[in-house]
Design a protein. Sequence first.
Length: 149
Amino acid sequence: MWGDIMKHPRCYYESGHVALQIALSLMALVVFMGFALDLSNINGQRKQFQLLLDSSAQAGAQALCQGYDIEQAVTVTENTVVEAQPAPHFQASICGDQVTVTATVQITSYFSKYIGTPSLEVTSVALAACDNLPACVNYQNNGLSGSAE
């Protein structure tokens, strides 16, 4: 037994190093895969959130084009945004012929929470317009109830 070790002394001292390197590489791979899954989840939810805001701004602008007053158009915009889950914090403003909806939502992460980031905040803005309407109204919602400003 000792004769074989003496012939190849490096083998005796290096046994297990490959297993250690593979284990560390697999851990790094799992961490990067977790971040990739989190980023793709956040990107997908951000796109859906942007589509919701686009549709709410378009609904408000369409309400203005159909002759609704500004408060009714804000209500239409609010009703479209409130359908989102989780409910976002949003602000809708109508100035002239332009409806602007700005909203922020918290998106929970799957793997980033283990390093101290349980959720990420995403903010989006959507604009839509209707011609020849001379008034400005700002509306802000904190996710629970709204108030006209």
